[in-house]
Design a protein around this ligand. Structure first.
Ligand SMILES: C[S@@+](CC[C@H](N)C(=O)[O-])C[C@H]1O[C@@H](n2cnc3c(N)ncnc32)[C@H](O)[C@@H]1O
Length: 287
């Protein structure tokens, strides 16, 4: 396998998840449709905590006021919009593999740029000042690869990011990580297998050590925090909202899909709380 072969989740696998229905996700995500762990502060609503997270990562990446910023895995565009609308960024470029996300972003945020392509295919014409990536790294290596194959893929990602940034340029990266320090029981293994098979096909969560090793000699790690309780709480909020809007969710996507999402979100509430999963937020600086 060459380092540049696509060993991440395929576009079909990504669409299986993200193209379920924009209306379905709008029922239980916050109004900005941010679909990753929030950063909770005192008295926050889910929406406040999502903006707190976006601002934390923008500050970490040094992206405020920058001319060009890349968001790898931009979802429904909340980060892109925050960059141009609140942080005075000149050009915010987002990559997604989902057509329905791209359509949503084009309709709502005319000031940002969005491209339906993976990071492997991205060829910027000019360097970026900063890069952010939230909740996409989990899709970069397909299920079942060996540790060394995963590291080769992640290293390819960091090598490309390095070539798109000046020395001292930063990436703010948020990703789920395996909670390798806590032994799983059988039910946990079954839940995680269900998530891999039914909810996020072809995707495997990295170990923190893999993220660190694959960035060596390319980036210095400036800050790193692990916030599993923040993701447990975020998933609980999403689950409560999904349940509160259950009949519409069934109308949009069918009973079986809603049952699957209830199981997936409920399992995530528990497995982040039990430390079977972790949530890493890192700031890396190009050397
Ligand atoms: C969980 S969503 C997170 C979206 C957004 N960052 C947020 O916080 O709401 C993951 C995103 O990663 C994108 N993605 C997955 N694999 C990718 C790849 N190889 N290249 C670029 N984007 C990818 C998906 O299309 C999706 O937009």
């Amino acid at each position: 396998m060459t380092a540049s072969a696509n060993v991440g989740a395929t576009a079909e696998a990504i669409r299986h998840h993200y193209d379920v229905s924009n209306d379905f996700y709008a029922l239980w995500l916050d109004p900005s449709l941010t679909y990753t762990c929030a950063l909770w502060g005192e008295g926050d609503t889910l929406e406040d905590a999502q903006y707190r997270k976006l601002d934390y990562l923008i500050e970490g990446a040094g992206a405020s006021g920058a001319a060009r910023v890349l968001d790898v895995g931009c979802g429904w565009g909340s980060m892109l919009n925050r960059l141009v609308d609140t942080h005075g960024v000149g050009r915010a470029v987002g990559l997604t593999l989902s057509d329905s996300q791209a359509e949503w972003v084009r309709e709502r945020y005319p000031k940002v740029e969005i491209s339906v392509e993976g990071w492997l295919d991205h060829e910027p014409t000019e360097p970026y000042d900063a890069i952010v990536s939230i909740g996409a790294f989990e899709h970069f290596a397909r299920t079942g690869l060996s540790r060394s194959e995963r590291i080769a893929t992640y290293r390819d990602f960091f090598t490309r990011c390095r070539s798109w940034l000046p020395k001292g340029g930063r990436i703010a990266l948020q990703t789920n990580i395996k909670g390798n320090n806590v032994v799983m029981d059988k039910r946990t293994v079954r839940d995680l297998m269900f998530i891999i098979e039914t909810i996020f096909p072809e995707s495997e969560i990295p170990a923190l050590s893999e993220v660190v090793e694959s960035s060596e000699k390319l980036f210095d790690i400036v800050t790193m925090r692990n916030d599993p309780d923040h993701y447990s709480r975020t998933c609980q909020e999403w689950l409560d909202r999904l349940r509160a809007n259950r009949s519409l969710a069934v109308e949009y996507t069918g009973e079986q899909n809603v049952v699957n999402y209830e199981r997936y979100l409920g399992a995530c509430v528990e497995h982040f709380r039990n430390r079977h999963l972790g949530l890493a937020r890192l700031v890396l600086e190009a050397v």
